[in-house]
Design a protein around this ligand. Sequence first.
Ligand code: GLY
Length: 402
Amino acid sequence: MKRALVFFVTAFVALAACQPKKATPNFIQENTQFAANQIDLEFKKMDSLGVILNPRTLHRDGTVRYNKPALWTSGFFPGSLWYLYELTGEERWKQRAEKLTMTIENQQYTTNNHDVGFIIYCSFGNGYRLAHIPEYKQIIINAAKSLSTRFRPQVGCIQSWNVDKGWPSERGWQCPVIIDNMMNLELLFEASKLSGDNTYRDIAIKHADTTMKYHYRKDYSSYHVVDYDSISGAFRNGATAQGFADESAWARGQAWGLYGYTMCYRETKDPRYLEQAKQIAKFMLDHPRLPKDMIPYWDFDCTDIPNTYRDASAASVTSSALYELSTYVEDVISKKYKDTANKILKNLASPSYRAKLGDNFNFILMHSVGSIPHNNEIDVPLNYADYYFLEALVRKKELDKR
Ligand code: GLY
C-alpha cells in the first residue's frame, strides 16, 4: 500500500513537471503587446470619427492636444507606428505608419526653426530605414537642406529659434541654440549618406563641436540655451527656457545631450564624442538627486525636490541612449549602462508610469513634463516619451539577442 502511494505521488510529480508551463510573455513582448493594444484604440477612435489624428499630449482642460504638422512633435506618433512595425513585423503597422508619415510631408521645407530634424527623421527616417520607400529619400535630403539654411558659420551652430517674434524675442537673444538641437543632427548625417554630399555632415560636426565647447559646464551638465552674437559669433550667455534656472540642469536637456553625443560617435567614431557621452552619463547617473527608480525630476536643480514632478520623457530618452552607448564601451561600463537602461525601462513599464489599457487617452506613458516655466504640459503624457520608450524596446530587443 505504502509503495503504491509512493509510486502514485512520484508519477504525479513527474507528470506535473512535464506539463507545459503557462508561458509568461517576456518583457519586450508584453510591452509591445500593450503598446499595440493601446494604439489600436487610438485607431478605433480615428475610424469612428473618420479622421486622421496625430496625438501629442493633453491640453490644460484635460482634452487631447493633437499635432498640426508644423509642431515640433508631429513626427513622433508616425515614428512610434514605425517602431511598432519593427517590433511586431505586422503589415498593418506599416500601413498606418505610412499614412501618418505622409501627413507631415510638407515639413521637409521648414526653415523657420530647427525642429525639422525631429519631425522628418523620426518619421521618414525610420520609414526609409525599415521599408526603403524610394520617395522618402529625397524628402530626408530636402529636410536636411532646410535645416542647413539655419547654420550660422560665424557661430559654428544651427540657430534653434528665430528671435523676431514671440517669447524668444523678449529674452533679448540674438542667436539662441538649445541643447535639444543635438538631436536634429541625425537627419544631417543621414542626408549625407543618402546624397553623397558631405555638406550636411560637416555642419553636424561643427555644431556638435561648438556645442561641446559652450553648452557644457565643468561638471558636464548642460545649459538649455546658449545665446551667441549673431554678428561676431561670440558666446553671449548661457540661459534656460524650460529649465528651473539659467545655471540649472534641465533633465530632458541632459538626456538630449547624452543621446546626441552617443549618436555623433556612432556617425563619426570621433573619440571626443564618446568621452563626452560618457561624462554626461556620469553626471546624470551619479547625481545625488536622481531618484532610486532613475526617473528624474524635471530639473536636477529644482529646489522643490522631492516635492516636484518627474519627467518620464527624460527617462525614456536616457534609456534609449544608454542602450546604444553600452555598445561602444568596455565591458564593465557597458554592463552598467545596459543594467541602468533596463532598470529605467522596467520602471517606466511599471504601473507607476505605464498607463492601464484604455486609460491615459491611449498614450503609453504617464507623468512627463513639457515646460514648467511656461506652465505648459505638466505631469501629462507626451508622445515623445512614448516614442523613445518604444525605441528603447527595439534597442533592448537587439541587444538581448547578442
Ligand atoms: N525640444 C523641446 C523639448 O524638449 O521640450
